[in-house]
Design a protein around this ligand. Sequence first.
Ligand code: PLP
Length: 406
Amino acid sequence: MFQVNENYLKLPGSYLFSTIAKKVSAYQEAHPDKEIIRLGIGDVTQPLAPAIIEALHKAVDEMGRAETFHGYAPDLGYGFLREAIVEGDYRSRGVEVAADEIFVSDGAKCDCSNIQEIFGLKNRIAVCDPVYPVYVDSNVMAGRTGTYDPETEVWSDIIYMPCTRENGFVPALPEETPDLIYICSPNNPVGTALTKEQLQVWVDYANEKGSVILFDAAYEAYISEENVPHTIYECKGARTCAIEFKSFSKNAGFTGVRLGYTVIPKELKCGDVALHSLWARRHGTKYNGAPYIIQRAGEAVYSPEGKAQLKKQVAYYMNNAKVIKEGLAQAGYEVYGGINAPYIWLKVPEGITSWGFFDYLLENAGVVGTPGSGFGPSGEGYFRLTAFGNSENTVKAIERIKALKG
Ligand code: PLP
């Protein structure tokens, strides 16, 4: 009889967002006339920018002619996109990254979960708490996390680094030494970002301890403050200790288009073994490349027109963030984030849990958010709202929440 990967059976409950979806559809079935505003899942709502649509059309037409047809893409990505990425995201910022250190993929979720395959099972992982659930669950599936305690909701072999209002949502260096450290900045879910000095502390620590930082920069486009780094390679020494993940989902609305990339500098080694070679081997074996059409769309993100249009799109979402943050503050809530990230993290009122607050908002305001406890034990007592809705709905949602307080 065949066996299954029993690690999958250890995963507690269902994925956070499917639990939310079930609760919302049950509520909607019971109240079909109530209008629900969704500020829960971090999906974008604005259409693709014209420069991207134009690039997509052009690439589709190319695929319809024998002379310009493209079959399998190069495993690691087309040169035109890798060059555009290097220029747009690194060289223009004075940061050293070479085109052949870029691995193009269909998104950051796959990359930041698949990356753990190139590391030994005995590696200890450290995650911020609360955290983007994919980092933890993908390691559970691999069998790297030990046993789960449903009481405390923690895994025995994971090092949790609490990020709460008490420490300004900046993780402290852990007492136990981790091998792999997941850092997401600007952060999902708490919506804050590390300054260059704060990130440098982690880079120095990783180099000293021989750890690898898995740096998720999916929300980089939302940085508005000067002292927040746009890439971990702005920090001295990051090339010997950090892998960076980028996504086109949030800066360019590619959540349904799918494109991302990972950077592995050639100097990042374990003894003589370059992680770059391992990931190239993994990518070449298990992945056949992001579609040509989509990579051309990705290239358009870096064109002058694309950049100007996307700047406006990011500003649109960040205006929503401002509306949410200011509206909630006026209503008396304690709010964090929303300055360098499209997420607002609010403290729920005393005496109510995150899920309790979820039900309260759904039932009384018809607004869907995400309970903080779904992101880890230190998320209990907090609640996440996203700025990715359309502006009319965002304003309406905040008015409804304010009215509850009045
Ligand atoms: N990383 C973080 C922190 C995210 O919040 C998300 C999506 O919400 C992703 C990665 C996924 O990005 P992608 O759409 O490129 O898979």
